[in-house]
Design a protein around this ligand. Structure first.
Ligand code: CDP
Length: 796
């Protein structure tokens, strides 16, 4: 007789359990880095460069030292005496901590002041006198490779120009042949503009070096605390076991809190020198001007097409503007991240991609803003190309996609760039989306509206995203292989504590990881507390970005719970006085196969682990699992938007947006929906309003919230979400695929395609994002493409 628990009631897999972390957040009881105050704590502020490219002739900090309350002024020269003026980047380049020879972007860190309070430190920064000799400025790849361009990285040996890499992947000869056979060749040039993750909480750290114990504790805003500990150990040559990195509550990361920033390094050095805790909290303009920019890629594509719509081949060239230091936060062995995941969901026989990375006088870029390492650019390129090709072929864009999708029976499918797709139902997702948006009816309305002078448009975007870096074969950070971990301790009363190597920044891990334990062990999710972010207690892991948590750390949670269940089975056999082989499992309970009424709960097994274990068994019920995924997970989505464009002003309004996401098994459907809505909101912002750029002098234009607009609930359109397509991941222990980024990755192209569809018949093929009203109006009025790309004209 089964006494199995109701999984939904205990908050297991599929339960829309309310987020447990929200309790403290909505009561104002979160514990963010800036909430932490330590006895004797000092405050650090950073002096930033006003110029984008200039030689430093002199730095006079004497007036700053004289201000009462100032304890330390750090300059590049002082850092250099400790071999800390430069630090390694995640992409095997070097980055200045404090400038010594030149400044290379506006906002670059030049000096730091540590004082009794942040106001004194700020005043002291202003008292530092820096003499600059301005140099010519480069703000785009075309300028970077132009004849006679100034060499930005003249600090590096063997760097005669501004080119960082030239990289290629794919089958050039096969792709050339495909183009020879093509009936139609469709071309498109795009710029995916710079954007900024702009989490509400800026970056910050409190370094606390204790001379008596030789222990360095750093509270900081990092998405990857263990990687920071390893970096501090390797760069500062401190013993790793004497370093504790604590990542407390984080107010959004979106990739912005993956890199190591100069402020972290300087606060650590200052604490070691002063033997007092030193706090650095970045201000909003400091965050927007200097940290973790994303995108900034110029894409030039061609598709070889058969007249009936079959894609024969794809060619793509990318020019990536990396800024002054190549510090892409991407762990793959591929030079430009996963850009070659482009066209993965389409059955493309041949493809070839070339990419060139260049330096410019901008802050370092290449952060994977809610994205798996350039997948956003890859999917944007793909879906804009597909839309343009459908126009060139005179084909319906939905039918064109359907014809070229990888079909269900083709899995596992190897893409022309070598990725292995393992599962999906692409056609079904498209069907659900088209039905939901009322595709045929909308096309009729669009025609009718045209006759009345109204411009309606419909845009489709699909995406599949490689989520879950590692595996360890192809992914590492500075040589450290990609995997993740979970550590589970079941106390004797059946309550539990789970720690993982991931680090939530708002995604709800405290809620969802407990649900996985509930699913595996039958413990109520409310009996499992989840902790992340403290390197002294959490098992070693690679942190949270690239929607890798569920595919990797989430899988480790399942695996560790299964190890616990295996030991609990032995305890159950002992308690029930039968052999292990005679024991069956149902959620939360072991029972005797031949006598189902005779059973013990998982809680009874937990008690026995501490009070009544069989002879020879090690006491306790705890374990650790490290998980190296055999493959990435491949979620899929279809996003469809309808818009109306006002021809008088270029303003466009979203009429409807439908999202069909297949992320395999959903642990917590409510949280998944929240992730999708958040991603769609960011996609809308990128397509519609977020504008941060650089003028010819390298001044960052838009480094404030007056210009760089974050949509509020007022501006954000409504979204209709669909969850009826579920294709479990075949290699994930619970069949889940990542979801956190999908909508931000796939969403932008849907909006852009919709506006361009509204402009169909005008000959306008492209408007670069953001589709600001003036750009749309200009395109419509003058019937021309609008490029957001350079050359940037000097003001006046
Ligand atoms: O790495 P990150 O946490 O940003 O992304 P994710 O692994 O896609 O997970 C985002 C949130 O959605 C987490 O709380 C997950 O546990 C949850 N999720 C889920 O409930 N079901 C899935 N199939 C995927 C994610």
């Amino acid at each position: 007789m089964s006494q199995a628990l109701d999984e939904i009631k205990i908050g297991g897999l599929g339960a829309s359990r309310k987020r447990v972390e929200d309790d403290r957040f909505i009561r104002g009881r979160g514990n963010y880095t800036d909430d932490i105050t330590l006895p004797g704590m000092l405050h650090m502020e950073i002096l930033r460069s006003p110029l984008a490219h200039a030689r430093i002739k002199s730095i006079d900090a004497s007036k700053a030292w004289e201000l009462p309350g100032v304890h330390l002024v750090l300059t590049g020269e002082m850092m250099a005496t400790r071999n800390l003026a430069w630090m390694p980047t995640l992409s095997y380049d070097t980055q200045a901590v404090l400038a010594t020879d030149k400044v290379r972007f506006q906002g670059q860190e030049v000096a730091c002041v540590v004082a009794d309070d942040p106001y004194i430190a700020k005043d002291a920064c202003e008292a530092i006198d820096v003499e600059y000799e301005p140099l010519p400025v480069i703000v785009n790849p075309a300028q970077a490779v132009a004849h006679g361009a100034p060499v930005i990285r003249d600090d590096k040996e063997n760097q005669p120009d501004n080119v960082i890499y030239d990289w290629e992947v794919g089958d050039k000869a096969g792709t050339d042949r495909a183009f020879e056979q093509a009936d139609v060749v469709s071309k498109l040039k795009l710029h995916y503009p710079r954007s900024h993750p702009s989490p509400i909480e800026c970056c910050g750290s409190i370094a606390d070096f204790n001379r008596a114990t030789s222990k360095l504790t750093v509270y900081m805003t990092t998405q990857a605390p263990h990687i920071i500990r390893a970096a501090v150990a390797l760069v500062a040559e401190l013993p790793e076991h004497m370093i504790r990195i604590v990542s407390p509550d984080i107010g959004g990361g979106f990739g912005n809190k993956v890199p190591v920033y100069p402020g972290y390094v300087c606060s650590i050095l200052a604490s070691i020198l002063l033997e007092r805790p030193v706090k650095w909290i970045e201000d909003k303009s400091g965050n927007l001007i200097s940290t973790g920019f994303a995108r900034d890629v110029y894409l030039d594509g061609e598709m070889a097409l058969r007249r009936d719509g079959k894609i024969l081949g794809v060619r793509m060239h990318a020019d990536a503007d990396h800024g002054a230091f190549f510090s892409d936060a991407q762990p793959s062995k591929f030079k430009i991240g996963l850009l070659h995941s482009t066209f993965a969901c389409y059955d493309v026989p041949a493809a070839h991609l070339t990419a060139r990375g260049t330096y410019s006088n901008k802050a370092p870029g290449g952060v994977a803003y809610r994205c798996s390492f350039r997948v956003t650019e890859a999917m944007f390129f793909q879906e804009r190309m597909i839309a343009a090709a459908a126009v060139d072929l005179g084909m319906d864009p939905a039918a064109f996609r359907r014809m070229n999708f990888v079909r269900d029976e083709q899995f596992p499918h190897r893409t022309p760039f070598g990725f292995l797709l393992d599962s999906g139902q692409y056609g079904k997702c498209l069907d659900v989306g088209l039905k939901a948006v009322g595709y045929e009816e909308f096309r009729q309305q669009q025609q009718a509206a045209r006759k009345r002078g109204k411009l309606l448009g419909l845009g489709i975007s699909t995406m599949t995203e490689p989520l879950g870096a590692g595996n360890s074969r192809e992914y590492d950070i500075l040589g450290i292989k990609m995997f993740d971990s979970a550590d589970l301790k079941i106390h004797m009363t059946g309550k539990a504590i789970l720690r993982t190597g991931a680090k939530t920044q708002g995604q709800g891990h405290e809620t969802t990881w407990a649900q996985i334990v509930a699913h595996e062990l039958g413990l109520p999710a409310g009996d499992v507390v989840v902790e992340e972010g403290d390197t002294d207690t959490a098992p070693f892991g690679m942190g949270t970005y690239a929607s890798r948590s569920t595919p990797v750390a989430g899988a480790a949670v399942s695996m560790v719970a299964r190890k616990i269940r295996a030991k609990a089975r032995k305890l159950a056999a002992h308690l029930l006085e039968v052999s292990e082989e005679d024991i069956e499992w149902e959620l939360g309970r072991f029972y005797v196969r031949s006598a189902p009424d005779r059973g013990v709960t998982i809680q009874e097994c937990a008690m026995a682990a501490y009070s009544n274990m069989p002879d020879g068994m090690e006491p306790g019920l705890e374990n650790t699992a490290y998980y190296d995924p055999p493959n990435l997970t491949w979620p899929f989505a279809v996003y469809i938007v309808t818009v109306e464009v006002d021809p008088e002003t270029g303003v466009w309004d979203v009429l409807n947006m439908v999202a069909v996401d297949d992320c395999g098994i959903r642990i917590n459907p409510m949280i998944v929906e929240g992730q999708i809505m958040g991603g769609l909101t960011e996609a809308y912002a990128m397509a519609n309003m977020q504008f941060i750029t650089f003028d010819a002098e390298g001044n960052c234009v838009g480094s404030n919230y007056m210009d760089y607009l974050l949509p509020t609930a007022w501006e954000t359109p409504g979204f209709e979400l669909h969850s009826e397509v579920v294709t479990p991941c075949p290699h994930h222990p619970i069949g889940a695929k990542g979801i956190g980024e999908c909508a931000a990755v796939g969403g932008p192209a849907a909006f852009v395609n919709a506006v361009l569809d509204a402009l169909s018949g005008t000959g306008v093929r492209n408007i670069d994002m953001p589709l600001l009203p003036d750009r749309v109006w200009e395109a419509l009025t003058y019937r021309r493409d609008i490029s957001g790309a350079p050359p940037v004209q000097a003001d006046g």
